[in-house]
Design a protein around this ligand. Structure first.
Ligand code: MN
Ligand code: MN
Length: 324
C-alpha cells in the first residue's frame, strides 16, 4: 500500500493536530506571497530587551502551541480560513541580528515586501521593539490609530544609551508620525517605575491611557467602547504585549507585572473590537524559557487567532475588498 505524498506546505487541517510540521494556527506555509491575504509572521528578535531574555524563542513555541487551535470561532461562528487566504509566511530573515539598527531595517524590509504584495501581517515576537519597524513599513500614508494592550506604555526614552529597546517603540512611532497619539489607546498599564517619563509622555501627547484600576473598576465592555471611540474608523494597528496579562496567566515573559487582566478579560476585549479597520497586528514578549507548561505560548497563540479572526472579517462576504 502506498500513501500519496502531500507537501507540508499544504497540510490537511483535519488531520490529528499533533502531526506534521508546526505552523502558526496550522496554516499552510506560503511558498509565494501571491495567494496570501493575511500573512502570519515570526519575528524571532529580542535584542531590545531590558530584563529577562528569551522572546527570540517566541515564534517557534507559539507555532508549537498553536497546533492546539482549531478553526471556527465559538462566538462569531466564523471560520477565518473560509473568509480569506491565511498563510504562515515564515520568519523575518536576519543577517545582522546583533546590530539593533540593522535588525530593525531587516524587519522593516520584510514587512515592506508583504505590504507591496497586499498581505496584511499578523506577527509573533520577539520583544516589543519589533513594532516600530513594522509600523514604519505599514504607516506610509500618514499616521495610523493603535490599540495597545500592555502593562507598560512603551513610550520611554533612551535606556543605557540606546534609543531603541522594547520600552520605547511607541515614543518613536509618535515622533516619526507613524501613529496618531490622539487615536491611540493603551490598556492595562501598571507597575512601579523609577521615573514617570513614559506615562507622562503618553498622557501629554494625548494617548488614552487606561491604567489597570480603571479596567477593573469599569469592566471590559466599557474599555471596548472607549477603544472603539478613540480609533473610530481610522486604519488601526493592534499590538498585544503578553505582559498585559497577569503573570498567573502569562508567566513566560520578560518584564512581568502582577495585578493584570486575565486571559478571559483579554479575549472579551479582543472580541469586542469586531468591524474595525485593521491594517495589522502583533503579539509580543512571549519568553518560552520562563514559561510554565507552555501556557504563555498557548495564550499567545489564542490571541493570535482572535486577531486573525478580527482581520479576516474584513474579507468577509459583505466586504470582499479590504481598504487599508
Ligand atoms: Mn510590557
Ligand atoms: Mn510592551
Amino acid at each position: 500500500m502506498t500513501t500519496e505524498f502531500k507537501s507540508p506546505s499544504k497540510p490537511n487541517r483535519y488531520a490529528p493536530r499533533f502531526t506534521q510540521v508546526a505552523t502558526f494556527l496550522r496554516a499552510p506555509l506560503a511558498e509565494t506571497l501571491d495567494d496570501v491575504d493575511i500573512g502570519l509572521v515570526g519575528v524571532p528578535y529580542d535584542g531590545g530587551l531590558t530584563n529577562r531574555p528569551g522572546a527570540r524563542h517566541g515564534p517557534r513555541e507559539v507555532r508549537n502551541e498553536s497546533s492546539l487551535m482549531r478553526m471556527i470561532n465559538h462566538t462569531s461562528r466564523l471560520n477565518p480560513f473560509e473568509l480569506c487566504r491565511i498563510a504562515d509566511v515564515g520568519d523575518v530573515p536576519f543577517s545582522e541580528i546583533l546590530i539593533i539598527e540593522s535588525a530593525m531595517k531587516e524587519i522593516q524590509s520584510f514587512f515592506t515586501q508583504l505590504k507591496a504584495a497586499n498581505v496584511l501581517p499578523v506577527s509573533v515576537g520577539g520583544d516589543h521593539s519589533i513594532s516600530l519597524p513594522i509600523l514604519r513599513s505599514l504607516a506610509t500614508s500618514g499616521p495610523v490609530a493603535m490599540i495597545h494592550f500592555d502593562a507598560h506604555t512603551d513610550t520611554w526614552a533612551d535606556f543605557q544609551g540606546s534609543k531603541f529597546h522594547h520600552g520605547s517603540p511607541f515614543r518613536w512611532a509618535v515622533e516619526e508620525n507613524l501613529i496618531d497619539p490622539k487615536k491611540t489607546i493603551q490598556i492595562g498599564i501598571r507597575g512601579a517605575q523609577n521615573i514617570t517619563d513614559g506615562w507622562d509622555y503618553s498622557i501629554e501627547k494625548g494617548m488614552r491611557v487606561v491604567f489597570i484600576e480603571e479596567l477593573l473598576e469599569c469592566g471590559t465592555q466599557a474599555i471596548v467602547e472607549e477603544a472603539r471611540r478613540v480609533v473610530g474608523d481610522s486604519p488601526v494597528y493592534l499590538t498585544f504585549d503578553v505582559d498585559g496579562l497577569d503573570p498567573v496567566y502569562a508567566p513566560g515573559t520578560g518584564t512581568p507585572e502582577i495585578g493584570g487582566f486575565s486571559t478571559a478579560q483579554a479575549l472579551a476585549m479582543l472580541k469586542g473590537l469586531r468591524g474595525l479597520n485593521f491594517i495589522g497586528g502583533d503579539v509580543v514578549e512571549i519568553s518560552p524559557p520562563f514559561d510554565v507548561s507552555g501556557l504563555t505560548s498557548l495564550a499567545g497563540a489564542t490571541i493570535l487567532y482572535e486577531i486573525v479572526c478580527l482581520m479576516a472579517e474584513g474579507f468577509g462576504p459583505a466586504t470582499t475588498q479590504h481598504t487599508p
